[in-house]
Design a protein around this ligand. Structure first.
Ligand code: GDP
Ligand code: GDP
Length: 437
């Protein structure tokens, strides 16, 4: 289930310290998955945690228009913040005082009726804290003194952010399978969504939701309920910023996060590009179910070997997605569109599969008997016991004599054994080792 309390977006003039504060808020997140090659770490979208609440942070300063006057750029950043976030963190520079541009931004924010937190940055020592008072003139909330550089006042900001979110955690679409369709521009994402929604026996429902939910589409097919989560370029045509790559990355990340299953669309007409790998890498890193949809199959010149050859190419290019099934479809000609929803069901089921502990241990025991762990510096890994501790993605903890002895290749072998026994199609598997004590 989704326990994200909310999304906060940071806005403000250049150089006031937005990205410094962004980095302070998200801190250094330790990832339990291996790094995925090809994923650029754009620091515009991050996860944060404070007082048991988890939330998302967007640094709109990282999204820029080429060669546009400042006002155009700030209009865009504020618009994105208002569109995407529950709360806006407006950063000003306490050393400079209020500028015309600060006033301009404040007016845009007042009109938005979003909750605004006002951070007066660069208040590096207590003696300067009086400088925050003039910022009451902006007519926003009480200014909070911070120093992003020195990490002062960050806790106050985090408190204000967390307090600004509604108490009731909204469970989006309980009991429904949520999926999104991602890919670079023009691969056929919206054609695919339309083809899915125009299938026979699909009933599109009008479930009322919050503003952000309103762009998602719930529907039913054969008694099952789904929601297709909107991503950039599907419903928002016409906005100046929709073609900025960083903005589409941001939209894709937030859509991936709210999904159970992600369809990664590749354009069969133009073939695999680097950008496809970035997009797919995000889905993998988020631990979501993944299906690779090779679209525009109608436009591919083919003989009986083509499908095999392309499958091999996909496996080579997306090595970290070896678990993802591949579908060859045409959104335009409606070819094999009807295979998509059943595949989404299968992948979703696999990602929430819970293996009984005794069965899990039997399979792992057999695997070890067949291929014992190699020795390392005279020591051999001993697995005492295994337990599945989470689903979506399935996460298995091995209690061992020494976690350092679980090497990548043996972990891969165990993963393959688990996949052979239980399937886990379309989902990543997390295998963690802990020392038994
Ligand atoms: P952004 O353009 O708003 O994202 O601003 P940055 O975070 O890139 O910061 C702009 C400059 O201000 C950098 O040189 C930072 O080192 C500096 N800076 C950020 N926070 C503080 C602060 O709290 N105190 C001082 N003195 N400088 C800061
Ligand atoms: P999006 O930007 O990813 O949402 O892509 P669109 O759905 O707007 O499609 C981009 C272009 O590709 C349009 O001209 C579509 O008609 C075309 N297109 C989409 N799906 C297919 C397909 O299966 N086959 C062919 N030949 N063209 C397609």
């Amino acid at each position: 289930m989704h326990m994200i309390s909310g999304i906060v977006a940071i806005v403000g003039r250049p150089n006031v310290g937005k990205s410094t504060i962004f980095n302070r808020i998200i801190g250094e997140r330790k990832s339990i998955v291996e790094d995925t090659p090809g994923v650029t770490r754009d620091r515009i979208y991050g996860k944060a945690e404070w007082l048991t609440k988890e939330f998302r942070v967007i640094d709109t300063g990282g999204i820029q228009l080429a060669d546009q006057p400042f006002r155009e750029e700030i209009n865009m950043q504020v618009e994105i913040a208002i569109d995407e976030a529950d709360t806006i963190l407006f950063v000003v520079n306490g050393k400079e005082g209020i500028t015309n541009d600060d006033e301009y931004i404040a007016r845009l924010l007042q009109r938005s009726q979003k909750k605004v937190i006002l951070a007066v940055n660069k208040v590096d020592d207590f003696a300067q804290s009086d400088s925050i008072y003039e910022f009451y003139n902006l007519g926003l909330s009480d200014p909070i003194a911070v120093s992003g550089a020195h990490g002062i006042g960050i806790g106050d900001i985090l408190d204000a952010i967390v307090n600004s979110f509604p108490d009731k955690i909204q469970k989006d679409y309980d009991g429904m399978t949520r999926f999104c369709v991602i890919g670079r521009p023009n691969v056929g994402k919206s054609s695919l969504v339309n083809a899915l929604l125009n299938q026979e026996r699909v009933i599109v429902s009008n479930i009322e939701g919050t503003t952000r939910d309103a762009i998602d589409t719930p529907f039913k097919r054969e008694g099952k309920e789904y929601v297709v989560i909107d991503t950039a370029g599907i419903r928002k045509r016409g906005k100046v910023y929709e073609n900025i790559e960083k903005y589409s990355v941001l939209r894709a990340m937030s859509a991936i996060e709210r999904s159970d299953v992600v369809l990664v669309v590749i354009d069969g007409e133009s073939g695999i590009r680097d950008q496809d790998k970035h997009v797919a890498g995000f889905a993998h890193e988020a631990g979501k179910g993944v299906i690779i949809v090779y679209n525009k199959w109608d436009a591919v010149e083919k003989d009986e070997k083509t499908m095999n050859r392309i499958e091999k190419e996909i496996r080579t290019q997306f090595q970290y997605l070896s678990y993802a099934p591949i579908l060859f479809v045409s959104a335009l000609k409606k070819q094999r569109i009807q295979t998509i929803l059943p595949m989404i069901d299968d992948v979703h089921d696999a990602s929430v599969l819970r293996i009984q502990t005794n069965v899990l241990n039997e399979v792992l025991m057999d695997a070890q008997l067949m291929t014992p762990p190699p020795t390392h510096k005279g020591k051999r890994l001993k697995i005492y016991y295994a337990s599945q501790v989470a689903v979506a993605p399935p996460t298995i903890v091995l209690f061992v004599n020494d976690p350092e002895l679980l090497h990548f290749s043996y972990k891969r072998f165990l993963e393959n054994s688990l996949r052979e026994a239980f399937g886990f199609q379309g989902t990543t598997l997390r295998i963690l080792a802990r020392e038994r004590n």
